[in-house]
Design a protein around this ligand. Structure first.
Ligand code: NAG
Ligand code: NAG
Ligand code: NAG
Ligand code: NAG
Length: 393
């Protein structure tokens, strides 16, 4: 039997630790010492959490982003717009109507407007007509009626800076993937002191939080970020302000670019790709334009992925959604089959998905994180443990 003095020792030792150390002695899995957080995986296509895990939780909310991080995303994705008082926010639509409870706010009933957005007249409650304080009084709701409604009314709109802090606070390295959304419209409606443009404010915030460095540089791997936009002039405009990697989003074949009014065919031509490749590291096309469908069956893939890869441009198509209504019949209503097709047959470099957890599980199943990396992390844990033991003495 243990002597009394020996049996109380662990207890006293525990008290000693609680008293001396505000930091946990044993590094929890994934919660490693500052600077030694689990790195971004870069050996398989990126899991990009489209507006967070919005298949489960209302889009672009803190809860949706945290869920995506729990589920294993590489990047959290967001759309940046601006409030009336010039604060950049994470929100997708220029109008508040479809994803907030604005309709229940009588105090704002006279704010409805009609503005021209990308060539058509749109009527609704516009984000740009509300101050940040007013926007914060609203609550976000699920966009689609066939998704879980239980979180409606629980979460508020977040700012770009709040979005960034979610990534920086994560217990492993999680990248950000912000979009300069509707820059033409935002610059028409919102003005900043000193003649600054929306794009300037966007880069300012990234710099404030020390996001910098070209793709795969040491700085970039510490705080990875891709900047995305459907507006090529916005990407060109910021090219002299930041060397962070940029992705040109490509809309449906019928949609001209919002700034330069170029057709889909123009911006996907060899000539244009040769020009734009100096400014971007990849393209983000709608997946149904890469492989078109008819009667919900896929047809032959286009050559755009091959032409992009020939120019060393990555391809990150959008948007992968689990629900039956979004799956082509070829995939037997099985989202894993769809991932398999796009990753292993088409060979894309990243996937925007509403269901981060599903994509992560598929990738862990077919292409797991290398054990070598895990061993290295275990060794780091050991070292951290030894150092922390030394410190408490
Ligand atoms: C939008 O409405 C305004 C005012 O009624 C009109 O002058 C303009 O032509 C409309 N624009 C489009 C694209 O329909
Ligand atoms: C960036 O700066 C260089 C040198 O000042 C200039 O030649 C170039 O046109 C600029 N590019 C853009 C897109 O503004
Ligand atoms: C955009 O281009 C289309 C096709 O070339 C043309 O018909 C249309 O007038 C243009 N729109 C603007 C706003 O320049
Ligand atoms: C999808 O199904 C259609 C119809 O059977 C077939 O023509 C097409 O080749 C299939 N595509 C793929 C990628 O399996």
């Amino acid at each position: 039997m243990a002597s009394p003095s020996r049996s109380v020792f662990p207890f006293i030792f525990m008290l000693f630790l609680v008293g001396c150390s505000s930091r946990s002695l044993y590094p929890l899995p994934n919660r490693r010492h500052n600077g030694n957080r689990q790195p971004l995986q870069t050996f398989r296509p990126y899991n990009i959490a489209h507006r967070g895990s919005n298949g489960e939780i209302p889009e672009e909310t803190t809860a949706a982003y945290k869920r995506a991080i729990e589920e294993g995303t590489d990047f959290i994705e967001t759309d940046i717009l601006a409030s009336k008082d010039g604060v950049l926010i994470s929100f997708h639509d220029v109008c508040l109507d479809d994803t907030t409870d604005i309709a229940e706010h009588e105090e704002f009933i006279n704010r409805k407007r009609t503005y021209e957005v990308q060539g058509s007249n749109v009527t609704g409650y516009f984000v740009v007509d509300f101050t940040l304080k007013e926007l914060k009084s609203l609550r976000v709701k699920q966009r689609y009626p066939f998704r879980d409604q239980q979180y409606n009314g629980k979460f508020s709109i977040i700012t770009f800076e709040e979005f960034i802090s979610i990534a920086l606070d994560a217990d492993r390295i999680v990248g950000i993937y912000p979009e300069m959304k509707n820059p033409v419209f935002i610059n028409q409606r919102v003005k900043w002191p000193g003649g600054k443009k929306f794009e300037d404010k966007f880069v300012e915030i990234l710099k404030k939080y020390r996001y910098r460095g070209s793709y795969m540089s040491k700085e970039w791997l510490k705080q990875p970020a891709f900047i995305q936009s459907f507006a090529p002039t916005s990407l060109l405009y910021i090219s002299n302000q930041t060397d962070l990697p940029k992705i040109l989003l490509i809309d449906d074949v019928n949609m001209p670019t919002q700034d330069t009014n170029q057709s889909y065919w123009e911006i996907t031509s060899d000539k244009y790709l040769d020009f734009i490749k100096e400014y971007i590291v990849g393209i983000g096309p709608w997946k149904d334009t890469l492989v078109t469908a008819s009667d919900n069956y896929l047809r032959k893939p286009t050559d755009l992925v091959a032409r992009a890869h020939a120019r060393n441009l990555q391809v990150h198509p959008y948007t992968f959604r689990n629900e039956n209504k979004f799956l082509h019949f070829n995939f037997s209503q099985d989202p894993y089959k769809e991932f398999d097709y796009w990753i292993n047959k088409i060979g894309v470099d990243g996937l925007f998905t509403d269901f981060t957890g599903s994509l992560h599980q598929f990738q862990e199943w077919t292409s797991p994180l290398s054990t070598g990396e895990e061993d290295a992390n275990k060794l780091l844990d050991k070292i951290v443990f030894m150092i922390s033991k030394f410190k408490t003495k």
